[in-house]
Design a protein around this ligand. Structure first.
Ligand code: F1P
Length: 348
């Protein structure tokens, strides 16, 4: 049985998929989106489930950073079960963005129906289309077919597409150029680091904690989810400095602590990771430029050296967690193409 081949192929083919999706975005026109709402002031509300919820969080951070707009992310279930918390009384103007690789997830479709019943416009972001594509005239459907149960290239490609929209609306040409450079850089990085991740995944940790601040927090969340889904391991995720406030009690020789370190926050974030090394855990670090202290301490160091804006790097940060989870699953004798307990779409 050739376990995990589909998932690994989809992870390793991300440079080609990114190139194709970014090319698709070049020809896209989003002026209709901003015809009725000022994109810099309307609160953007990003909605998704599972991986697509973490994508929603990363998109919200990207829209705020690129457009200066208020932007929030909620799991679809919160709108269904606690709408009064999502829409405080008096909040009228917001622009929803519903994200779903399949376009078939029940909770997302129920939110779409809720919005349609209110006569509210929304943007649908999907790969497969299905009912979500039928529910709205504002649609971003990526030219991407992903067969694996777990989301990998769909997560990164939809994230890049949403960052593309924000940068295009903001008129940030440099950021758009940065995004177009990423496929070439990722291809080189995969050649350099994928074998190291595969070797590293042979360690038999009992638990994992992935850390990130700002737009890297949802990337840390998605990294943990990939490890959970693909290797049936227990992984948590925290804002980096939050890890000191209690959760670090789990740290020891059987723990892997992964730090997704920003350059702008490195001075505060790095000491947390080094402290966990002192407490006996192994540490995995993804960073753009590594200081010597990290080079000496890291058990696995992925140094990106990307000559692009910090926000344009975040999709690249998740790739190593996608590989780590998949290779860890294979080491445990599992099949990441058919992850335990999971289905490709959750319908209820
Ligand atoms: C969302 C999702 C995935 C998860 C699994 C089940 O799917 O929860 O995040 O990894 O594949 O579905 P979608 O709404 O983006 O299709």
């Amino acid at each position: 049985m050739t376990r995990g081949v589909k998932t690994i192929a989809e992870i390793l083919h991300q440079p080609e998929v990114w190139r194709r999706c970014l090319g698709q975005m070049k020809d896209a026109n989003f002026s209709a989106l901003t015809a009725r709402y000022d994109p810099r002031t309307v609160p953007w509300l990003f909605v998704g489930c599972g991986t697509s919820y973490y994508l929603a969080q990363a998109a919200a951070a990207s829209f705020t950073e690129l457009l200066g707009a208020p932007a929030f992310a909620v799991p679809a279930s919160e709108i269904l079960l606690r709408p009064e918390l999502v829409f405080p009384t008096g909040v009228q103007d917001y622009f929803p963005v519903l994200i779903s690789r399949s376009g078939h997830t029940s909770e997302v479709l129920q939110v779409a129906a809720y919005l349609v019943a209110q006569g509210r416009e929304f943007l649908g972001v999907t790969c497969d289309g299905h009912e979500l594509a039928q529910a709205t005239s504002h649609l971003l459907k990526l030219n991407l077919v992903e067969q694996s149960t777990v989301m990998t290239s769909s997560f990164t490609s939809m994230l890049l597409a949403l960052q593309y929209i924000a940068a295009q609306v903001a008129g940030n040409q440099k950021f758009l150029e940065d995004l177009h450079e990423l496929p070439t850089h990722l291809s080189a990085l995969l050649g350099c680091y994928a074998p190291a991740v595969e070797a590293f995944a042979r360690h038999d940790w009992e638990n994992f904690a992935f850390l990130g601040q700002g737009a890297l927090y949802p990337i840390a969340s998605e990294t943990a989810l990939k490890v959970m889904e693909s290797s049936s391991s227990y992984a948590q995720f925290f804002h980096t400095l939050e890890f000191r406030h209690g959760p670090k009690s789990v740290v020891g020789p059987a723990t892997l602590v992964g730090g997704l370190l920003s350059q702008s926050g490195l001075e505060s974030e790095l000491p947390v990771l080094l402290e966990m090394k002192e407490l006996g855990s192994q540490i995995y670090a993804v960073v753009n430029e590594a200081p010597d202290s990290l080079r000496e301490a890291a058990d696995l160091l992925i140094e990106l050296k990307l000559p692009v804006a910090e926000l344009a790097r975040i999709a690249v940060y998740v790739v190593w967690g996608q590989l780590l989870g998949t290779y860890r699953g294979l080491e445990k004798g599992l099949d990441p193409d058919n992850p335990k307990n999971l289905s490709r779409v959750v319908t209820i």
